[in-house]
Design a binder for this molecule. Sequence first.
Ligand code: SF4
Ligand code: SF4
Ligand code: FES
Length: 320
Amino acid sequence: MSENLQEQEVIFKIKRFNPEKGFWWQEYKLKVDRFTQFTEALRRIKSEQDPTLSYRASCHMAVCGSCGMKINGEPRLACKTLVLDVVKKYNSNIVTIEPMDYFRPIKDLIVDWDEFYDRMFKVKPRLYPSKEVLEGKAEHRLKPEDQKELWKFAQCIWCGLCVSACPSVRIDPEFLGPAAHAKGYRFLADPRDTITEERMKILIDSSWRCTYCYQCFNVCPRDIEPVTAIKKTRSFTKLYKEKSEVAERGEKHTEAIFESILKTGKIAEAAVYLKTYGILQSLVDLIYMSKTGKLKYALVQERYVQNIDEIKKIMGGESK
Ligand code: SF4
Ligand code: SF4
Ligand code: FES
């Protein structure tokens, strides 16, 4: 047998679920070679060992977005992940497979997509062209530079891995989530679209609710960088008149950080906080911090940065 086809026995520990029994772990042994993807391993386990095991997969080529799951704790596309790569990475022939976090489990590795689709449809995920274009009286071509700006974000396969990894969707019901933002920005940045104002209303407040943890960036199997779409959406805030409190505060925070780096070469936390939240809120928080023994961290004396002129040059501005 050629080296490529040499088989190795792997133990698959699968977190199973049904509504009557709840969760339980079940082990299966299977011999795989270096070409075996997780979807293929699951297909063989189901057909050769246990027909009750349930999972979703369709294209087996990272296109349909249906095979998202947690493999050794990492959100991954099962069809894009080779079993022996994971065995090698973790130096163990025992691998775990679980349903994606955050999504409601239905059966074994199958989860409920309704909430995810609700989020995606909230951002109106299609182009709204002009009346003339719709009536066939005009043609609106996309310039190459515009195509370049939005192309990356158009590649989303709606797999939900970014949402399953995002801490903010779990705690903030007003946050649309990384996938919806990638999709939303794809149309916000499209000059052929006619509902930009409405899109800003949908996206801007939510964009300031992301905590920039970069988990979505790390797990996306298409390198879409939803967090970049969120950053770019935030830059539309200055064009939008009816800003929410969250968006206004976010803008103030960004300006305060910029100013602080320009003046001191650092993010002076206390000054940034004061500018972002104002005197009243800062006083309230100051009292809370002194009660909880955290005041000393806020009052740390910042050290002077020596090469401040270099920093100003990098920032492209002068301090006030
Ligand atoms: S960077 Fe923002 S959108 Fe991405 S996972 Fe973190 S909180 Fe969620
Ligand atoms: S942005 Fe990436 S991880 Fe999120 S749904 Fe789209 S393809 Fe999947
Ligand atoms: S089976 Fe389609 S993306 Fe994995």
